[in-house]
Ligand binder design. Structure first.
Ligand code: SF4
Length: 442
């Protein structure tokens, strides 16, 4: 029988320095630590890690704090520094380069995040109904990880920044911990999402955070590099075509992450992109795509477009068609523009008639259908590694690296007997349609 005593509660050491305000902060942190099921250690030796709540008011207080940190490192080794002196990070970093985390005063959440990362939260099956990987709505074998919330851009058709605020990135250590928990729970494919994935870490000036005791820079490249070490498929969505993305493509070429990128271009006419206020609207996207394919010839590029944006002329729409003909993207989604309450674009003159929008959408999708047909027909005869999503009586639905779940085409597998959702296997592509492939045994 499971009893509460079977569960080991990690012990946390705590050193509190400074004024009553700092003391009150310490009480809050200690309460949170206890409420989560940790125990408070009475000595350094029994502690999984030690939190030092510092004071930095006058020189003598700074010295006392630095001495306390030094003692905790000598006697335990795993130390989180918080409090007033934490605001003066450079003073601490000058003396110590081996701390688990440094946070400022009242940074309760950051302190608890660091505690969770280095002394996993105790699980009590009697009260803890949520597993470490969290509650998930996706099948067991793939999962989405949101790496930031909000957005610093002001696209005129979008109200997300006014609803969700400016970009707030999650510390990389927290993301890595979530990813590790998911992989432990059986996930074989991690799908990275956010409003603007290329901007990851900008808001926190790429400040490093800790994972497995190592500091890692919170930027897109290091995120991809570290996720690749978990030994599962890693797929990136909503990446804007900034120059820093080339590093990500290099990781794809080296086989670290899936050579698949979802870049919401939305249009190709420079005037429309400007009117949309799209991020990276001054970039030459065709040149960038050519560059990406040079670095990673197998890359699969997905994008979405909006037709009928206010003021879109026939000529600007033709620009978009010309772009598609040249870019030969692998996957394309398209939407007709429509006003969203509160969006700036509603006030742009030249709203496009709905029958024109519909005709443009149909034309664009026809062009893309032809491109997709040709690209998929070139896959016939090739061997692809696939992951199985669903099984029915006569066939299984699977995907290769080239298909993101729920939005792209699929690969239908004949003879599904013996297969289960989540299985990975090599198959031979036998035939193709507009957006889907058919495969059999290798
Ligand atoms: S990048 Fe543009 S479309 Fe995307 S969330 Fe930000 S403002 Fe909206």
């Amino acid at each position: 029988m499971i009893t509460k005593q079977n569960y080991h509660s990690p012990k946390i050491g705590f050193v509190s320095l400074g004024c009553p305000k700092a003391g009150s902060d310490s009480e809050k942190m200690l309460s949170k630590i206890k409420a989560e099921g940790y125990e408070i250690a009475q000595n350094y030796h029994d502690s999984e890690l030690v939190i030092v709540n510092t004071c930095g008011f006058i020189d003598s207080a700074v010295e006392e704090s630095l001495d306390a940190i030094s003692e905790a490192i000598d006697k335990n080794g795993k130390v989180i520094v918080t409090g007033c002196l934490g605001e003066r990070r450079e003073v601490i970093e000058k003396r110590f380069d081996n701390l688990l985390a440094i946070t400022g005063s009242e940074a309760y959440k950051e302190v608890m995040d660091a505690v969770h990362m280095h002394a996993p939260k105790p699980i009590d099956p009697h009260i803890d109904l949520i597993p470490p990987q969290g509650v998930r709505l996706t099948p067991k074998h793939y999962a989405y990880i949101k790496i930031s919330e909000g957005c610093n851009h002001t696209c005129t058709f979008c109200i997300i920044p006014s609803m969700r605020g400016k970009l707030v990135s999650r510390p990389i250590g927290e993301i890595m911990q979530e990813a590790e928990n998911l992989v432990r729970s059986g996930v074989s494919e991690l799908i990275i999402i956010s409003q603007d994935t290329s901007a990851y870490g900008v808001d926190m000036k790429y400040r490093p955070s800790f994972w497995n005791g190592r500091p890692i820079k919170s930027d897109l490249y290091h995120l991809a590099k570290n996720l690749s070490q978990l030994g599962v498929w890693v797929r990136f969505h909503y990446v804007y075509p900034y120059p820093n993305v080339d590093n990500l493509i290099t990781l794809m070429a080296e086989g670290n992450i899936l050579p698949y990128i979802d870049v919401p271009f939305q249009h190709a006419s420079p005037e429309i992109l400007k009117s949309m206020k799209r991020p990276a609207n001054a970039e030459n996207n065709l040149e960038r795509i050519v560059g990406w394919r040079k670095i990673c010839p197998d890359i699969v590029i997905r994008s979405t477009f909006i037709v009928g944006f206010p003021g879109e002329t026939d000529e600007q729409f033709e620009n978009l068609i010309e772009f598609l003909e040249q870019a030969k993207l692998d996957r394309v989604g398209c939407f007709m523009y429509s006003n969203v309450e509160g969006a700036v674009a509603n006030t742009i003159s030249g709203q496009v008639e709905s029958d024109i929008k519909q005709a443009r959408l149909d034309r664009l999708m026809n062009v893309q259908k032809r491109i997709s047909q040709k690209k998929l027909s070139e896959k016939v005869g090739s061997i692809q590694t696939v992951i199985v999503d669903e099984i029915s009586k006569d066939f299984a639905v699977a995907r290769s690296y080239a298909n993101a779940p729920e939005i792209d085409g699929v690969i239908f597998l004949e003879n599904p007997s013996g297969l289960e959702a989540g299985d990975m296997l090599d198959v031979k592509i036998k035939s193709s349609e507009d957006y889907d492939l058919y495969a059999g045994p290798k």
